[in-house]
Structure formats: C-alpha cells, structure tokens
Design a protein around this ligand. Structure first.
Ligand code: HSE
Length: 436
C-alpha cells in the first residue's frame, strides 16, 4: 500500500534549518518505519537562496517567497527557524490561521510572546511544538510535558547555555581571563561575533522562562526573570571557589512553592563533585526535582545543526503522528489544559535566599575585617568562613567571605554600606552559592 505523504514547509535555511533537513534525510527509512508515513520537505523558504549549503534539496524546493509555504494548502506543518520576534511571530500566526501546525525553535519569541501564541494555537485548533527551543537535542520539554506528567515539579536547575558553559569550563581549566577565553570561543565558532545574548544570560533566561511555564503551569512574564551574566567572573574568583570545593557555572533556576515561582539566571558556585559541576564545554544539562520521581538529570548537546535539527524533526514526527490519527492538541502547549494555566506571581530577586561569596579589595589596616563583619552583622548576615591572603601589588588585600543563607535584599544593602567604607576599594564581587 502506498504510504501517506505529509508535506512540511521550513522557513529559514540556516544552521538549524539545514540540520533539520539533514536529520530527516539521514534517518528517512527509520522515520518511515516509526511513523508509517513519508515526511516530505515540500518547500524551504529563505531570503538567501544562492549560498551553497551542504544539504541538497530537490529542484524547486528552495524559495525566497514565504507565501509559497504559508498559502500552500498541501503543507500541513510549518517549521519556523528564522529566530527573532518579527517576522517570525507573524509567520507563525498566519500559518496557524491557515490551518497548519507549527514547529519552532524560537526561544526568545516563546519566552516573550508564548501566551499569545499558545492562545492562538488553541483558537485555531492547531499545535505549536518547540522542543528545540531549550537544550538543543535534549528532550527536556517532552520529558516535562509527558514523562513527568504525574509529578509535581518543585525545582529546575540547569546549564542551558553552551557558549557560557564553554567559557566557564575553559576559564576553570586554564585560569585564563574571560576576555581571552571569549576570543578563543569566537575563533572556534562556539561564541557568536556578538555574544551578548549568551554571555549576559539572556539566552538561558529565555529557556528557563519557557521551562518554568511548562513545569508549573503558569505564564512567566519575561521582565520578572532575574538575569546576570558571566562577564565579571575573574580567574581569582575561580581560584577562591576551588579552594573551598566549588566551581562556578552559569546556572538557570526555577522553583515553585505552590504560590510563587522563582526564575533566575546567574553565575553560581556549586560543589565541584556535583553532577552539574561536571557538565563541561558546550554541553547542556538540567536537573528536574519532582515529588514522585525524585531527581531526573538530563544531559546532552544544547546546540549544533544536527543535534538541534533532530529535536525539530522529533516535533515534526509527533505532529505527523497526530495528523495520521486525525487528532490535534493531544498534549496542550504547556502540558496543562488551557483553562488550567494559572498566573502565579514571580518572586522578586530581593526576596530570594541564598548563601553568598563576597570578594572585597581592602586596605591592609588593623580593624578592616571587624568593620566589614560589623556591617554584615547589622544586616543580619552570618559569616560562615573568611579568607584573607597576602597583599596584592597595589597594597590592598583581597578579603573573601562566605556567608550562611541570607536574603538578597539584606545582602545588597550590606554591600552598599561596605563599599562606602574608606578602607574598601572598588566594588564588592558577589557570587551566589548553590549547595544542592
Ligand atoms: N546560543 C546557544 C548556546 C545555543 O550557546 O547554548 C542555541 O540555543
């Protein structure tokens, strides 16, 4: 019997677009056996149809006109891989309005306009799937929506940006400066020419905002996500962290106590023998804490043409299965029924509790340490340990303090007071500590 053909259209023939076609071509026989149908890439739209790519397409497939996809009644799945907010958002809305399911890898769009897109999918009776938007090849979204559907998720802690993790790993291994390692990463094609989104934490923030919505069934207004990048981490901080049994990673975290959610991205010191501390180079990982399954740890490639393409292709296959069964919305966009998504408030960073590392550059004079510890004590912050090493070449001494758990608001006001001391030079460096 002839196999059913499911036509798809891909908008964007860049790295991930080419990786998606590659994944579909490379494993086409296997996919056909698993699906019982043929997935046909009917059109691929890109503004640049001249550049030679390593992937070959049949004649007539490549087009510079997106309407060839959006208006083609034979195309039932549209894959958006151009990134950015516009025109990606308009293309997705038009595709759904025209009766097409959508697959996207666009984390910035979902983090900022997810609610609008999920509402539109519901209204038009279409599905929008986005496995490749977080963690590249790692099936994180499907695990949260389906595998862990019987669990109450309490916390997510992950390394969701490969560029930042590559930089932190190299800085840790070689004790080199952030700027030197960033240049090297750019040379290797790991970091973008404009690395802002990766090194300042925005990319990881988009991803953890999406995951928090899925895990807790709530919209997360992106402006409420706390974001701090890795630019200010120095080899000195890495050395002190290591002296105390920690390494420094850019972590993305989300938690829920049933009433409030906490969503944040910042560098953190973690015990060097923890699983996340051993996620190195450009790899990604996520630890999911649940009330039934306990902890799940997912690890893999968070970027790259074929790994990310395989996640996009996985979503295409899932939608093709629904088409074969003539069903839609088998699993709602956020994994919660649309009318059961409830708005939980996002806790302001000032109210978050953590342990802290401070590095203070101070004059080497009697009484300095007691002035600093006095200010911390007035703010109700308890010190766990102190380290003061020899003078630096400017005559100052680095004072390193580790605190017990304290509230961010108290820590910030104590730092302002410490920085006002005449014997303290420059800014106090602060890194949060995550122990489990
Ligand atoms: N730029 C991202 C990273 C990959 O460095 O992890 C795409 O999400």
């Amino acid at each position: 019997m002839d196999k059913k053909i499911i036509n798809i259209g891909i908008i964007g023939f860049g790295v991930v677009g080419a990786g998606t076609v590659h994944a579909l071509q490379k494993n086409s026989d296997l996919i056909m056996r698993r699906l019982g149908a043929i997935i046909k890439v009917k059109k691929v739209a890109d503004l640049d149809i001249e550049t030679e790519r390593s992937i070959s397409l049949d004649a007539g497939v490549l087009t510079s006109n997106v309407d060839d996809i959006l208006n083609d009644p034979e195309i039932s799945i549209v894959v958006e891989l151009i990134g950015g907010i516009e025109p990606a958002k308009s293309f997705i809305l038009r595709a759904m309005k025209n009766g097409k399911h959508v697959v996207t890898a666009n984390k910035a769009l979902l983090a900022v306009h997810g609610t609008e897109l999920f509402d539109a999918a519901k209204r038009f009776g279409q599905d929008i799937m986005f496995e490749a938007s977080v963690g590249g090849a790692i099936p994180i979204i499907r695990s949260i929506k389906e595998g862990l559907a019987a669990n109450r998720i309490t916390e997510l802690v992950g390394i969701l940006n490969g560029t930042a993790n590559f930089i932190m790993t190299s800085m840790t291994n070689d004790r080199r400066s952030f700027n030197k390692v960033l240049k090297e990463a750019q040379g290797l094609g790991i970091a973008e020419t404009d690395p802002t989104l990766d090194i300042e934490g925005w990319d990881a923030a988009h991803k953890i905002a999406i995951l928090a919505s899925l895990a807790f069934g709530t919209p997360v207004p992106f402006e409420n996500v706390y974001v701090e990048g890795i630019k200010n981490i120095s080899p000195e901080d890495i050395e002190y962290a290591s002296n105390f049994g920690y390494c420094i990673k850019l972590l993305a975290m989300a938690g829920c106590d049933g009433k409030n959610v906490e969503v944040r991205v910042h560098p953190a010191m973690i015990p060097y023998d923890s699983m996340l501390a051993n996620v190195n180079g450009s790899f990604n990982a996520l630890s999911i804490h649940n009330n039934a399954a306990d902890e799940i740890f997912l690890y893999g490639r968070g970027a790259g043409a074929l790994p990310t393409g395989s996640a996009v292709a996985g979503d295409i296959i899932e939608l093709a299965r629904q088409i074969m069964l003539n069903i839609e919305n088998r699993v709602p966009s956020l994994g919660f029924q649309h009318d059961s998504v409830i708005s939980l408030s996002v806790k302001p960073m000032e109210q978050v509790y953590s342990k802290y590392y401070f590095r203070i550059n101070a004059d080497d004079k009697p009484g300095v340490l007691s002035s600093i510890s006095g200010l911390l004590s007035m703010a109700g912050i308890s010190i766990e340990s102190v380290l003061q090493k020899g003078r630096n070449n400017k005559g100052g001494v680095p004072i390193v303090l580790f605190t017990h758990e304290a509230m961010e608001k108290d820590v910030r006001s104590a730092i302002l007071e410490i920085e006002k001391l005449k014997v303290v030079n420059g800014h106090v460096r602060l890194i949060r500590i995550m122990e489990d």
